[in-house]
Design a protein around this ligand. Structure first.
Ligand code: PLP
Length: 364
């Protein structure tokens, strides 16, 4: 019998494992998906509510108003922006548009766990370069390049390690990377950082545009500090030729109408962003200090989560289960080659207190 057959490799994909969303009965604190600790900006809620009365209308497929606002807030030319159904869509488009089956997609060993899936969905091989103590290693990345490499994904700060690669290192990567390889700089957590030396990729894309290079993209999201994970809104800044390619392949109405207006309202509320950022780092410091006081090994990060390092995989599983039994959902990291680590998103004060209380009874 013949039947429709998925492209070779698709049935080898294990679907993306999202952070756990539900435990047993009772109140649950979800600290498993790096969502905004302060929820959405109130103005974004209002904008989405207002859009609800016009749900019968298709959205503006080219996201003109949102791109213009992004252009104002981030000082970018709106013509060099494209919006996506979350930045996930733009990551997957990067592979879909710039590879052929059999090509290689390069990433770091503990990179974002969606990257290998993007590669495999297009019949490409994900190649994971070693890291240096949970930091991307430019030499290892360059050494892993082969003639089949077509796309390189690098999140900065990275999820789930939360580490940052300095600008000079990214510059060195750019200089030494073959020109036909698309470098995708994923800045999902960029807004958490205020360090003026940090560049999530804007400078590299701007320089590429100025020099006529077509080989770098920066992706960003409204899902983290802007608190709109449920809306699915992301964007990319890239040279015009790349934007043109993405626009040909993306689905025509990829960002919903409520998502577009919620994104605009969130951009207008930079006070909310600042509050979220301050809350994040003060709560991170509080959590890290308390956890260390309980004898746990903890890593701070440059994003909105921390890592708890357990002695082995079994202990990590035990920690996850213990938290879940106390109504706190955190994230195991087996899918990122870190089976003895647990990632804990910084949540509201109440959620963080619940996590701390459970951690205290775990370490006793
Ligand atoms: C590094 C990184 N990139 C991209 C994403 C995807 O974000 P979204 O599709 O919600 O924009 C995430 C979400 O967790 C992430 O951690």
């Amino acid at each position: 019998m013949t039947r429709p057959t998925p492209r070779p490799g698709i049935l080898d994909i294990s679907p993306y494992v999202p952070g756990k969303a539900k435990a047993g009965a009772g109140k649950v604190h979800k600290l498993s998906s790096n969502e905004s600790a302060l929820g959405p900006a109130p103005s974004a809620i209002k904008a989405a509510e207002k859009a609800a009365g016009k749900l019968h209308l298709y959205p503006d497929g080219s996201a003109t108003a949102l791109r213009e606002k992004l252009g104002q807030v981030y000082d970018l030319n709106p013509d060099h922006l494209v919006c996506g159904n979350g930045s996930d869509e733009l990551l997957s488009l990067s592979v879909r548009c710039f590879t052929e089956p059999g090509d290689e997609v390069l990433m770091t060993k503990h990179g974002f766990s969606y990257y290998p899936l993007c590669a495999m969905a297009e019949g490409c091989t994900p190649v994971q370069a070693e890291e240096d103590d949970l930091v991307a290693d430019v030499d290892a990345l360059l050494a892993a390049v082969t003639e089949k490499t077509k796309v390189l994904f690098l999140a900065n700060p990275n999820n789930p390690t939360g580490t940052l690669l300095p600008n000079e290192e990214i510059g060195r990567l750019r200089e030494n990377l073959r020109e036909d390889i698309l470098l995708v700089l994923d800045g999902a957590y960029a807004e958490y950082l205020l360090d003026t030396d940090y560049d999530p990729g804007t400078g590299f894309v701007r320089e590429a545009i100025a020099t006529g290079a077509d080989n770098v993209v920066m992706t960003r999201t409204f899902s983290k500090i802007y608190g709109l994970g449920g809306m699915r809104v992301g964007w990319a800044y890239a040279p015009p030729s790349v934007i043109d390619v993405f626009n040909r392949v993306r689905s025509p109405f990829n960002v919903t109408a409520p998502g577009l207006v919620a994104g605009e309202a969130a951009l207008d509320d930079q006070d909310f962003v600042e509050r979220n950022r301050r809350h994040n780092f003060s709560e991170m410091a509080r959590l890290v200090q308390a956890l260390r006081g309980h004898g746990l090994t903890v890593r701070e990060t440059m994003a909105n989560f921390i890592l708890v390092e357990l002695p082995d995989t079994a202990e990590a599983q035990h920690f996850l289960q213990h938290q879940e039994n106390h109504g706190v959902l955190v994230r195991g990291l087996s899918s990122s080659n870190l089976p003895n680590f647990v990632r804990v998103s910084i949540g509201s004060r109440e959620a963080n207190d619940a996590f701390l209380a459970a951690s205290e009874s775990f370490s006793r």
